[in-house]
Design a protein around this ligand. Structure first.
Ligand SMILES: Cc1cc2nc3c(=O)[nH]c(=O)nc-3n(C[C@H](O)[C@H](O)[C@H](O)COP(=O)(O)OP(=O)(O)OC[C@H]3O[C@@H](n4cnc5c(N)ncnc54)[C@H](O)[C@@H]3O)c2cc1C
Length: 531
């Protein structure tokens, strides 16, 4: 039997966006923050390189805007990017006041540079553990608020919609107990969906649940074809795709192919600091053409960097590599691209409102238009801070009443062990299909194969979910399947190449027809809109 709870504000997700919103909301009402695992387990926690912020005056702000727009390949929505770069410094200063300790030399904040940034403006913490420090400081600050309650190890499995507005959500705890929570406003800050792909830098919680649930509830999605593949994840057999931050290239790392050549000069004048999509595709191409079934290895090379203690600058990365017998200053490090960041998501306006009343979205789950077709490195933590705060302000301003949910009560019967195993097998198939058919290089035929694989997975999952059966993993698998469909449909509709979306059959950018955002609406149909 499901319990019924009421709160003022329900926040799905405890990453940078959800926590930043929660601390604002708690000044005005009771907040429930729901997170699938412990508070620290989020994409935010794993962010390494840093947070891009223009704290060095007006010229810096103007250049940050210019770099963001350039990286987005013609699709950045300027008002959103303007908001990001102008409000960013205030939000970061506030975070520092709340206890976030960024790296300093004396009193001066240290700044590094990453790909496509015209100057060093990226703050970092503990060398390469920026996200962990942001998460730590926000969690500590939020915990001090009496009016924030946390539901850890709890999964949101559905949104409740009453009379065309969000009125709450259904939750499932670790023991499979269901609970319905009614709220005046619901914020989705549930992060990205890297787990949709077999190769990803994202942790296991990043299964796109928030995006899938919003779509299911009738909210529009935008720009779902734009998935950023990080060029340099560690490529060792049987080892997770651990991220090797762009800051390594910012500090001078080279990329070399299996013949030892620095190949980036053939692809872009900015060499290793070219936009991520260019570097990722270059690595993919350099890695092709080996023996059947075997990729040619591409390596990151920092052996030439002298006068800098790489272990001190990158302690987390160095420690992880050491576990596998590798050393940044001594060895070539094998790399390959991996799914990293979703530029698209739940379509929001500048105030983080979605197309569904009382439903708000912020952070990686949202599509504000800030990143366009390609995110500028280190802009996403900043987006979470700026638009997390904006979401809270909108939720307060809209001041909607609590409405008792009139939807039927949820039932969740546990799956058997063999059914859970079947779910896992379906997930693995879906992830492999998405990597093979909707990865870095796409074309009509591969996308069709992707659709067929997704359809078969969705059917099997629907059968398993019949008769009121449910579990966290089943809910995640259904979310991944829905997100996979959205990526495939948007990628099929965009018959051009732009930013992170590359079509072998349409290799050129087509501004006349496609300098527009893709919108996936209620009928699961893609339309293109100018913003
Ligand atoms: C390895 C790595 C390195 C990165 N490095 C950088 C960097 O240097 N700079 C930068 O700007 N960005 C970086 N990013 C991207 C950045 O970390 C994320 O985009 C950003 O942190 C997203 O924040 P968020 O608050 O939107 O979501 P997240 O931090 O991902 O938080 C999502 C939250 O939602 C919860 N959740 C999800 N589904 C459910 C559900 N069904 N029910 C309940 N809770 C749910 C999760 O448990 C989690 O608490 C990196 C990402 C990765 C993976």
């Amino acid at each position: 039997m499901a319990k019924d709870t009421q709160v003022d504000y329900l926040v799905m997700g405890a990453g940078v966006a959800g926590l930043r919103a929660a601390v604002e909301l708690a000044n005005h009402g009771e907040v429930l923050v729901v997170t699938k695992e412990s508070l620290g387990e989020s994409n935010t926690h794993y962010a390494q390189g840093g947070i891009a912020v223009a704290m060095q005056g007006e010229e810096d702000v103007a250049l940050h805007l210019k770099d963001t727009i350039a990286a987005g390949d013609g699709l950045v929505w300027r008002p959103a990017a303007q908001t990001l770069v102008t409000e960013g410094p205030v939000r970061v200063a506030e975070l520092i006041e709340w206890g976030a300790a960024f790296d300093k030399e004396g009193d001066k904040l240290l700044r590094t540079r990453e790909g496509a940034h015209s100057l060093p403006r990226i703050l970092h913490a503990n060398g390469d553990a920026t996200g962990a420090e942001i998460s730590r400081s926000l969690v500590a600050f939020a915990r001090a608020h009496m009016r924030i309650r946390f539901a850890e190890w709890t999964t949101v499995i559905g949104l409740v919609v009453t009379d065309g507005r969000a009125t709450g959500a259904d939750l499932l705890d670790r023991e499979n107990n269901a609970e319905r929570v009614s709220a005046r406003a619901v914020l989705i800050a549930a992060g990205g969906a890297g787990q949709v792909y077999s190769d990803t830098t994202n942790p296991a919680v990043a299964t796109g649940d928030g995006i899938a649930l919003a779509a299911e509830a009738g909210a529009e999605l935008a720009d779902m074809e734009f998935y950023q593949f990080h060029p340099t994840a560690l490529s060792l057999p049987g080892v997770p795709r651990f991220l090797l931050s762009e800051a390594l290239r910012g500090e001078g790392a080279y990329l070399r192919n299996d013949r030892g050549e620095r190949f980036m000069e053939r692809y872009h004048p900015l060499l290793e600091l070219a936009p991520r999509d260019v570097v990722a595709r270059a690595i993919t191409r350099e890695g092709m053409g080996g023996a059947p079934g075997e990729a040619r290895m591409v390596h990151l090379d920092m052996r030439h960097i002298k006068g800098q203690d790489l272990h001190q600058r990158f302690p987390g990365i160095s420690a992880f590599l050491a576990q596998h017998g590798l050393d940044l200053s001594r060895d070539l490090i094998p790399v390959r691209p991996a799914a990293h960041y979703l530029m698209g998501g739940i379509k929001t306006d500048l105030a983080a409102r979605t197309s569904l009343r009382a439903l708000y979205a912020a952070g990686e789950a949202a599509c504000t238009g800030v990143h366009g077709a390609n995110r500028l490195a280190s802009n996403s933590l900043l987006e979470g801070l700026v638009f997390g705060a904006r979401a809270a302000l909108s939720m307060l301003e809209d001041n909607l009443p609590l409405v008792a949910a009139d939807a039927p009560e949820i039932v969740s019967m546990p799956l058997s062990a063999s059914e859970e195993l079947q779910v896992e097998e379906i997930v693995v198939k879906l992830q492999a299909a998405m990597w093979a058919y909707a990865g870095l290089l796409r074309e009509e035929q591969t996308l069709r194969e992707g659709f067929a694989a997704q359809k078969s997975c969705a059917q099997k999952l629907a059968e398993l979910a019949a008769e009121g059966k449910g579990s966290r993993r089943l809910a995640e698998a259904q979310a991944m399947s829905r997100v996979a469909y959205s990526i495939l449909a948007s990628a099929m509709a965009r018959t051009e190449s732009r930013g992170a979306h590359y079509r072998n059959d349409y290799p050129k950018r087509d501004d006349r027809n496609f300098q527009k955002h893709s919108i996936l609406g209620r009928q699961d149909r893609v339309v293109f809109e100018e913003w």
